[in-house]
Design a protein around this ligand. Structure first.
Ligand code: DC
Length: 228
């Protein structure tokens, strides 16, 4: 990649489920002082609203309407962001595996993606942005000066997710996790609209054998070359 100084302060971080995008984005956010756009949370919020309203994954028009009218607020707390959907705190609900699976289905609907596009772009400010998702570098911020694409084997990602859930006291079967992640990868990568794939100018980092600190250091080095 040719590295040139840029004024637009956006780093996109894309990659499959469970690869550690959220962790890396938070660390970058602390280092650079830039906010994070967790685009997955928007799809998870849409999925939560749909599940609350009893809307099925096949009812594309109703899902689109939910995304267009999405009534959400984000509040900063000492423990991170709090997500309010129609005034109800859904910060925990949106992180559940079932919500993630529904989010992946909802995210394949063209009208839903179109409705959420402007919401995502409006979060870019001159103060910088770290955008976490699947299509941040390809669709939402195609002109971002630094695009990162993280990968890791499905087994490694399932192992990481397993440890995370176990730490939270949630008991899951690792084989179910691998199956879930693989199904989600398939759906996210093969959908017609904005499929999961690296942008042509993305820096691809295979994190399978890297520590979090090593991944963070690599991205920070690139960011410093570009933005300092
Ligand atoms: O990153 P996550 O696990 O919170 O995302 C949940 C789902 O939302 C994911 O399976 C696919 C979808 N998603 C998407 O299609 N595009 C994004 N930019 C972010 C998430």
């Amino acid at each position: 990649m040719t590295v040139e100084k840029s004024k637009q302060k956006i780093i996109t971080v894309d990659g499959p489920s469970g690869v550690g995008k959220g962790t890396i984005c938070l660390l970058l956010s602390h280092q650079l002082g830039w906010p994070v756009l967790d685009s997955g949370a928007l799809y998870r919020l849409t999925a939560t609203a749909a599940m609350n309203d009893g809307i099925s994954e096949d009812n594309h028009l109703a899902l689109e309407k939910i995304a267009v009218e999405l009534d959400v607020r984000f509040e900063s707390t000492a423990n991170g962001l709090r997500y309010l959907l129609r005034n109800e705190d859904v910060s925990e609900t949106i992180r559940q595996e079932a919500t993630g699976n529904m989010a992946s289905k909802v995210a394949a609907v063209e009208g839903v993606r179109a409705a959420l596009l402007d919401k995502q772009r409006s979060l870019a400010t001159t103060d910088g942005l770290i955008a976490d998702g699947r299509d941040m570098g390809t669709v939402v911020f195609p002109d971002a000066p630094l695009k990162i694409y993280l990968t890791a084997s499905a087994e490694e990602r399932a192992e990481r997710r397993y440890k995370q859930l176990k730490d939270k006291g949630i008991d899951v079967n690792i084989r179910d996790l691998v199956a879930d992640l693989t199904a989600r990868d398939e759906r996210d990568s093969n959908r017609k609209v904005a499929p999961l794939k690296p942008a042509e100018d993305a820096v691809i980092i295979d994190t399978t054998d890297l520590s979090v600190a090593e991944v963070e250091a690599r991205v920070l080095q690139l960011a410093q070359q570009l933005f300092s």
